[in-house]
Design a protein around this ligand. Sequence first.
Ligand SMILES: NC(=O)c1ccc[n+]([C@@H]2O[C@H](COP(=O)([O-])OP(=O)(O)OC[C@H]3O[C@@H](n4cnc5c(N)ncnc54)[C@H](OP(=O)(O)O)[C@@H]3O)[C@@H](O)[C@H]2O)c1
Length: 384
Amino acid sequence: MTERMRILVTGAAGLVGAEVTARLVAAGHQVTALVHHQPVVIRNDGTPLEPDAVTCLPGDVTQPRLGLSEVAYQALIADGLDRIVHCAAITDFGLPDEVYQAVNVDGTAHVLELARAGGVPLVHVGTAYVCGERDGLIRETELDEGQRLANAYEDSKFRAEALVHKAQADGVRAAIVRPSIVVGDERTGVVRDYKNIYVVLKLATEGKVRSIPGQYEARLDLVPVDYVADIITEVTHRFEEAAGRTFHAVGAPLTLRDFSDVMAEYPPFHVPRFVPPTSFDAQRLPRRERAYYERVMTLYESYFRRRTRFDDSHTAGLATRRPPADGQDFLRTLIDHCLETGYLGAPPADATEVLARLNMAAPDAAPTANGTGPTASDVNGAGR
Ligand SMILES: NC(=O)c1ccc[n+]([C@@H]2O[C@H](COP(=O)([O-])OP(=O)(O)OC[C@H]3O[C@@H](n4cnc5c(N)ncnc54)[C@H](OP(=O)(O)O)[C@@H]3O)[C@@H](O)[C@H]2O)c1
C-alpha cells in the first residue's frame, strides 16, 4: 500500500499527463492538476476525471511561480508537496524556436524553482529523442554525447534535461522518464489525439505522400501511452529508488521495413516508398505531394533515417510492466483502431455484411461476445 501523497502534475490535461493524473488519483493521492488552455482532465479514452477527484489549478509554466499568484504559490509550498510530476511541454513540431524555449526550457526552470523552494522531489518527463541523430544503442545514463539535435523540440528537451541535471547538482532531487514516440493504448489502440506520427501515417496511407527520404533499416520506436503513464507513476511511487536516475519508457522498435510490411497487409492503403536520402529530390515530386512534403514531412524526416535502439535496463530493473513484445502486432492494433474510428479512411465493411451482399454465408458465422459477428478489426485481422 502506497502512502497518500500530495502531488502536483503539470501538463495534467495532456495525453500523458491525464493518464498519469488518473493513476495517481486512483492510487489515493491528493493530486493538484496544473492546467493551461484545456481546463479539465480528460483521459485517453475520453472519460473526464470526476471534478472532486482532482484539484485543477490554472497556471502557465512559462511564467515565474508557474503563473500563480504569490499567495497561491506560497500556499502550494506551505501545504507541503511530496512530488512534482512535470509533463507540461510543447510537443507539436514546426513552431517558432521561442515557443519551445518558453515552455520546454523556461517552463522546466520554473518547475525546478518550485522543487527547490519546497524541497520537493521532481519526476521530469523528457524524451528518448534527446539522443538526437545518434545511431546505435542509446543508454539511459547518456545525455550530452555531442549529438546533433534534429529540431527545436529535441533541442529544447535536451536543454531542459540539462537544467534538471544542474539542479540535481545543486541539491534538487529528481528522476527523469524519457518516452519515445507516444501512441495509443497497448491493448485497444485507442488514442485521444491524432498528432505527429498519426499525421504521417494518414498522408502515407492515403497516397498523398508516396515517397519519403529514409532507410528501410531505420527504426521507429512507438510506445503505448498507458505503458508510459505506468512507468511515470511507478517512478513517482518508488522515487527513493529512482532518484538521480533516468528511465527510458520505450516500445518494441520497428524498422521501416516492418512498418511497410504491416501497411501492405491492409488492401486499401498506399504503402510509401522509402528512398535513400542521397537520391531523394523533392523538386521532382508532383506539385501536390511536394507541398505535403515541404509542409509536413520535412518535420519528421530525420526519424526515418535513424537506426536508434534505446536501452531500458533502468526501467526493466524498476518497473513490473514491460512494453509490447511484438512491434508489428502493436502497430496492427494501432491501425485497426484508426480504421474503426474512421481516422484512416472509412471503416471497412463487416465481413458478414460483405458475404451477405455476395449471397454467401460466413464460414465462421458464430456471433462474437457482443452478439454482433466479426468486428472491423476482425476483418482486418483475417487478411494478415
Ligand atoms: N507525445 C509524445 O510522443 C511524446 C514523446 C516523448 C516525450 N513526450 C513528453 O511527454 C510529456 C507529455 O507530452 P504529451 O504527449 O502529454 O503532450 P501534450 O498532449 O501536448 O500535453 C502537453 C501539456 O502541456 C500543457 N502546456 C503547454 N504549454 C503550457 C504552459 N505554458 N503552461 C502549462 N501547461 C502547458 C498543455 O496544456 P494546453 O494544451 O492546455 O495548453 C498540455 O496539457 C512532455 O514532456 C513531452 O515532451 C511526449
